[in-house]
Design a protein around this ligand. Structure first.
Ligand SMILES: Nc1ncnc2c1ncn2[C@@H]1O[C@H](COP(=O)(O)OP(=O)(O)OP(=O)(O)O)[C@@H](O)[C@H]1O
Ligand SMILES: [Mg+2]
Length: 279
């Protein structure tokens, strides 16, 4: 038996595990029975229709929400909001780039990137400044260090947020729609940047995105979530190539953006006739 297939080696190799995780709000199931694993160095894409529960899943990983059922482990230990010290230590090892994660408008680009270092690292100020500059250099924006967020474009702001997310050399980076609103060139540049950062840091990452082409070019593995009456479940999981070859109608519709198929465009609602009092 090779070492890599032994249970211990697998456990050491695993940065994140979801085991039969379910979560809902009162009266509303969001995700159901989700199990998956992220290995060290792996880039996992998480896809699925709007409102299916992708951001919720990232919030569960970061311990901002607690699963109603099942267990989540990060870096070999349970993610548990009741264990604040441990959760804090786990979060220090994660980089978060949230969907609407804005920069602090009253801080320069450099100070935005330095912020997590000042909060968590305990390093001296001159070293913090050097690290923040290096991170800005990594996203091609060292020259914008002293600019305020209002002085840079939206795409540049996204890259500064990226530099901030990797400030503490995270082992697991969670990207929620890092490409939203970027033009096709910036999108390609950002995708390759994410891949490069991952390799340079030896980090794992989960990318939530709707940009299939760019994501499939960089992802090692893809998970597609689909809604069910009891909450979203994993509908398909595999390499980008596996998914492209999938014959599942949901996966097909999702990947090719067809209007008609099992994916519903409408949020569940009462029939319009009810709203207007019938015919
Ligand atoms: N605080 C809340 N209370 C009740 N329902 C909520 C709450 N927050 C989110 N939801 C619901 O949870 C579901 C999943 O939301 P989530 O933000 O995870 O979706 P998403 O897959 O990230 O969608 P998008 O692609 O549009 O960002 C949505 O239907 C949303 O309405
Ligand atoms: Mg979302």
């Amino acid at each position: 038996m090779s070492l890599s297939s032994s249970p211990t080696a697998q456990a050491q190799d695993s940065v994140l595990t979801f085991e039969r995780v379910g979560f809902g709000y009162p009266g509303r199931a969001i995700i159901s029975d989700i199990s998956f694993e992220v290995r060290r160095g792996e880039l996992l894409a998480l896809m699925g229709g709007s409102g299916v529960g992708k951001t919720t899943l990232l919030r569960l990983i970061a311990g901002l929400l607690s699963p109603g059922i099942g267990s989540i482990r990060a870096f070999g230990e349970p993610v548990d909001a009741r264990r604040q010290d441990r959760l804090y230590a786990q979060r220090k090892r994660m980089g978060l780039l949230f969907q609407f994660g804005a920069l602090f408008t009253d801080l320069s680009c450099l100070d935005n990137v330095a912020f997590p270092l000042r909060e968590h690292s305990g390093l001296p100020e001159d070293l913090i400044r050097d690290i923040a500059l290096l991170k800005l250099e990594a996203v091609g924006l060292r020259g914008a260090a002293d600019l305020m967020p209002s002085q840079i474009s939206g795409g540049m702001a996204r890259r500064v947020a990226l530099a901030r997310a990797i400030a503490l050399d995270p082992e697991l980076i969670l990207y929620d729609e890092p490409f939203a609103g970027l033009d096709p060139i910036s999108l390609g540049v950002t995708a390759r940047l994410i891949q490069r950062l991952n390799r340079a840091l030896g980090a794992s990452a989960i990318i939530v995105t709707h940009d299939i082409q760019e994501t499939f070019a960089i992802a090692d593995r893809v998970i597609v979530l689909a809604p069910t009456p009891v909450g979203a479940e994993i509908r398909a999981s595999g390499t980008p190539k596996d998914l492209m070859a999938s014959e599942d109608p949901y996966v097909q519709q999702f990947l090719h953006g067809h209007e008609h198929g099992p994916v519903s465009f409408h949020h569940p609602a009462a029939p319009l006739a009810d709203l207007f009092g019938g015919a």
